[in-house]
Design a protein around this ligand. Structure first.
Ligand SMILES: *Cc1c(COP(=O)(O)O)cnc(C)c1O
Length: 452
């Protein structure tokens, strides 16, 4: 244990605060249980791995959200990533209101689609053409179909711990052994689909080579998250990512970067620029729609030429390129392109994370903050974690306590210790100071109070 008195005058505080009132949220949840399985429209919202029932959010502004009981929180979930400018951004809002004035959907092309595409393509050297869809899942599903259609191969190689939306063939987890056919991780996924998916551990070159040896000429694509950020933050080395680029090229297989989280987050050109790599297909979602349902997949003009109606890979959408959603994307991405935007955001995030890490180190707590750009992950470990199997599931009991203590102190993290947090442009120094103090107190409680 190091000397705790060395950290800025932060006294040890192990007093749990009383639980905030959550009566209105609890009542809404009771009602929602009649309507939706588990009371929610997406499973991780259900608070299954933390204390209590979901907070029903009434309003957001800047980095603050208010729940149905009127409690106020500094929000680090930010709708799971899309809100890089915070809630209720005035420019995004203005674009949306203006678009709505002219109608909600036409099922015919609009100039707004050109405008958003031009904003993206003229500032992103990694892709030449793209197609807009309505979610990250849809983007990945389409990218996989394109890779299969383009290579005329069926198998997909994915990594244990990477999430790519709820696409059938990717709802597959690792079996036992170095290179395995996946086992479905959801009921309702045919075994035949899982058989086309090979799952291997992250950060393991031998496993990749073994997979290509075992299935020569059969792997259509290797898919990886730009930085795996859905099962902790599993930061891969640049060398490993460049190895994936080489090995896919050698085997005439495509490299798909799923940048649904990292796209427009690590920088405007996402993880592809961060790792200085040129993937064959890139998927986007979350930030691209400014809070509206938008996804996209992009590639070289040559590869995109295989998509219908130019090519034979079919993909369509009634609401694809929806004008209101396009307007929100334009409102958001145009602000991200302002000079120094990412430098400022990333510096702010780095100093927040460093301060928390310094606190934990000074106290001697077994706690590590993994971070890249404005993303962070709190892990109760002293190891450098780069693969899913390295996460100690039992450490999640600490997160559960931390989550409750943070809610009681006005800080909202996504309700699972496997999820990462996001810092937005709207988080001010004062908000981050308030959050730090709450994080320090909750860490003291987690580490010094006996929960046995
Ligand atoms: C969120 C996410 C998806 C799925 O996007 P949805 O919009 O939820 O369908 C896919 N891939 C990654 C990397 C994601 O983070």
């Amino acid at each position: 244990m190091s000397d705790s008195s060395t950290f800025h005058e932060q006294p040890i505080n192990t007093t749990s605060l009383p639980d905030i009132s959550r009566a209105q949220s609890a009542a809404l949840y009771e009602t929602a249980l009649h309507y939706f399985p588990g009371g929610v429209n997406s499973p991780v919202r259900a608070f299954k791995s933390v204390f209590g029932t979901p907070l029903f959010i009434k309003k957001g502004d800047g980095c603050t959200v208010w729940d149905a009981d009127g409690n106020q929180f500094v929000d680090f979930c930010c709708s799971w990533g899309p809100l890089i400018l915070g809630h209720n951004n005035p420019v995004v809002k203005q674009h949306v209101l203006q678009a709505i004035d002219s109608g909600m959907s036409f099922g015919a092309p609009t100039e707004l689609e050109n405008d958003l595409a031009s904003l993206i393509l003229s500032n992103n050297k990694k892709i030449e053409k793209l197609r807009f869809v309505s979610s990250g899942t849809e983007a990945v599903m389409s990218a996989i179909r394109l890779a299969r259609g383009y290579t005329k191969r069926d198998k997909i190689l994915k990594f244990d711990g990477c999430y790519h939306g709820h696409v059938d063939s990717l709802l597959v987890k690792a079996g036992s052994g170095l290179v395995t056919f996946g086992e479905t991780s959801s009921a309702g996924v045919p075994k035949g689909f899982a058989d086309e998916t090979i799952v291997i551990p992250l950060n393991d070159k031998e496993a990749v080579k073994a997979a290509f040896d075992q299935f020569p000429g059969q792997i259509a694509a290797v898919i990886i998250e730009g930085i795996p950020a859905n099962n902790g933050l599993l930061i891969q080395t640049k060398e490993y990512i460049q190895f994936l680029r080489e090995v896919t090229k050698t085997n005439q297989s495509l490299l798909i970067f799923d940048e649904v989280i990292t796209g427009f987050r690590l920088g405007f050109e996402g993880a592809a620029a961060y790792y200085d790599v040129n993937p064959d297909i890139i998927t986007y979602g979350k930030i691209i729609g400014g809070g509206m349902p938008v996804g996209a997949y992009g590639a070289s003009a040559e590869i995109m030429g295989h998509v219908s109606p130019e090519g034979s890979v079919y993909q369509a959408g009634t609401l694809s390129g929806n004008p209101v959603a396009m307007a929100a994307g334009i409102g958001q991405l145009s602000q991200l392109l302002q000079p120094g935007f990412y430098k400022k955001l990333n510096a702010k995030a780095a100093s927040f994370v460093e301060c928390i890490q310094e606190f934990a180190n000074n106290r001697g707590y077994k706690f590590k903050v993994f971070t890249a750009g404005s993303m962070f992950w709190f892990a109760f470990t002293d190891q450098n974690i780069q693969a899913a199997a390295e996460i100690d599931a039992s450490s999640m009991t600490y997160f559960k306590v931390m989550h409750r203590e943070l809610l009681n102190r006005g800080v909202y993290l996504g309700p699972s210790g496997y999820e990462i947090g996001f810092i937005s442009d709207a988080h001010t120094a004062a908000d981050l100071d308030k959050a730090k103090k709450a994080i320090f107190d909750s860490l003291d409680i987690v580490f010094l109070k006996d929960y046995a």
